[in-house]
Write a new protein. Structure first.
Length: 552
């Protein structure tokens, strides 16, 4: 039971994203299958005389069906094997992608289970979509022979099937593109969100003291002395603008350090949940180093020393939640039932501490002179590339304590890019799937329209011989194609309204049914479909009536 819970926790963050990507892959597979089924109908039509001859020689309908299913399955298996070959080359990239979501990324590999699953899907799709075109035919197998050897026309059932497949392709493509569009808009807004601090030219490094050496009753004094000495040494470097220590800093992937508190003069209502804040212990230069703006009051300073009354700075979110209609400056709070009181001396801007997509929580900052912390992170803002001063800073650390380790050396820009990596990769993959869906759908529409034109050459010739203009012929075929597309868009829109709700947990600043995105996707698909229909329709206008009348 515990092992199952642990596995669930390890994959909890990854599960929504991977389920969305798996659903996207299924949609692409269905679009491809619909396109292949359409191609099968076209191929079967071209082989009408061959099938008629086979039937005349004694082949039964079931025998011909087995032949077509076998051919389709072989092609499908060949495609599946090619896909597995490509997957074997790209599985490492998939594992790197998974590592951003879960610690079980090492389990992502191309084993026998995955191979058998892929080959099974290939066989299933080959059998299913290879047999549909043949099973829907109701015309006599000898019909092509009665036409004097000419290619037979599409039966009503097959023409209807091809239309249904085109509608299905457009509907599935709309649903897929709607999801991709929402993710891309969400990522665009996430990149442009104001994090509440400036990450440019700031380097961070973890300083965690050994409690054996820095323990004892005077451990807080030891922490203070080390931090003050190091900051003094670092600030002597001409490349350094500001330096500070903090228990935590933005996008550091640490959990919030929540504390319950009470406000002086306010009584707690029975049943009311505890008031909490995220505790941060920082040196006074922390706000200047990160560029966190001051809203009211003052920053923490040298006056907030070890023996001074406890002082704190809160963020705007906390000020709004607990002092909405009054100034919080001067108010006191306690975390230990009144044994110690902390006076609020300033209000600073909100910082997106635990993710660019997460709203700022309530934060209280105190001076490390009054409440030292271990471990603590050193933050240094430089005039140029911050990595250029890393060695000099580490040398200063070792000048104070040669045995003191320095870990997790990263710039704040790197941390921000790292936090954006999962949504960027997800958006990119969905965008690529969407582009593939557009290409496949456009090819399917063009194929259907091309076959419609080739099967109606004689009709076109008669129309034009009777005075029909090239424009009317063009409009006729364009209208025929766009009608199918419009039906597909309507069905796809209805499906997208329900399907995009599954993306709500992955979106930022965008509603699942965002009208701008859905309208943009509809216009994009309509434009692509119009282009796909135009080439075959244009070919129809160039038919020579005399040549067309001699085709049969």
């Amino acid at each position: 039971m515990q092992a199952g819970l642990l596995r669930s926790q390890l994959t909890q963050q990854a599960r929504p994203t991977f389920l969305i990507l798996m659903g996207t892959a299924v949609l692409v597979l269905l679009i491809v299958c619909a396109n292949v089924a359409n191609l099968s109908v076209s191929r079967q039509l071209r082989r009408g005389r061959e099938m008629a001859v086979r039937a005349a020689l004694g082949a039964s309908r079931s025998r011909l069906l087995r032949q077509m299913v076998t051919e389709s399955t072989i092609l499908s298996l060949a495609g599946g094997m090619l896909g597995l070959l490509i997957a074997s080359w790209s599985v490492n990239m998939l594992a790197e992608f998974a590592a951003r979501f879960t610690q079980r990324a090492s389990e992502v590999k191309l084993d026998s289970h995955v191979t058998l699953f892929c080959l099974g899907i290939s066989v299933l799709t080959g059998v299913l979509f290879g047999s549909i075109p043949a099973m829907t035919s109701t015309e006599s197998l000898s019909a092509p022979l009665k036409d004097g050897g000419a290619q037979g026309k599409l039966s009503v059932s097959r023409e209807r099937l091809r239309s249904v497949l085109v509608v299905a392709q457009v509907a599935l493509s709309f649903a897929l593109l709607a999801g991709a569009g929402l993710m891309l808009r969400s990522f665009y807004k996430l990149v442009r969100v104001n994090p509440g601090y400036s990450s440019e030219n700031v380097i961070s490094m973890l300083i965690q003291h050994n409690f054996t050496k820095y323990g004892g009753a005077d451990r807080q004094t030891k922490f203070r002395n080390f931090h003050n000495q190091l900051l003094e040494r670092v600030m002597r470097n001409p490349s350094v603008i500001s330096a500070s220590f903090g228990l935590n800093f933005p996008l550091n992937q640490k959990a919030a350090f929540l504390n319950s508190f009470a406000i002086d003069g306010r009584k707690k209502t029975p049943g009311q949940p505890d008031s909490t804040f995220d505790f941060q212990s920082v040196t006074p230069e922390y706000f200047q180093t990160l560029g966190i703006p001051l809203d009211r009051g003052r920053y923490l300073g040298d006056q907030d020393g070890e023996k001074a009354p406890l002082a704190a700075v809160i963020n705007e979110s906390m000020a709004h939640h607990y002092w909405k209609d009054e100034n919080p400056i001067g108010h006191r709070i306690t975390t230990d039932d009144g044994e110690h009181w902390v006076t609020i001396v300033g209000v600073v801007g909100d910082v997106r501490q635990y993710g660019l997509d997460q709203a700022p929580g309530d934060v209280l900052y105190v001076s490390q002179e009054q409440v030292p912390s271990n471990p603590a992170s050193l933050l240094v803002r430089t005039r140029g590339n911050p990595t250029a001063v890393v060695k000099e800073i580490i040398d200063e650390v070792h000048a104070i304590d040669p045995e003191q380790p320095v870990a997790k050396v990263r710039t704040l820009d790197q941390l921000r890019q790292l936090s954006l990596a999962p949504p960027r990769l997800t958006s990119t993959l969905l965008g690529l799937f969407g582009a593939l869906a557009i290409v496949i759908t456009a090819a399917g529409i063009a194929g259907v329209m091309g076959l419609a034109v080739s099967q109606r050459i004689k009709e076109i010739g008669i129309r034009m011989a009777l005075g029909a203009s090239s424009g009317s012929v063009l409009r006729f075929f364009l209208g025929k194609g766009l009608l199918l597309v419009s039906i597909g868009l309507a069905i796809g829109f209805a499906g997208a309204l329900a399907g995009t709700q599954l993306l709500s947990g992955l979106l930022f600043g965008v509603e699942p049914n965002d009208p701008v995105t859905l309208a943009g996707v509809a216009l994009l698909l309509l434009g692509v479909a119009a282009l796909a229909c135009y080439a075959p329709a244009r070919r129809a206008t160039r038919v020579n009536p005399l040549t067309a009348l001699r085709t049969e």
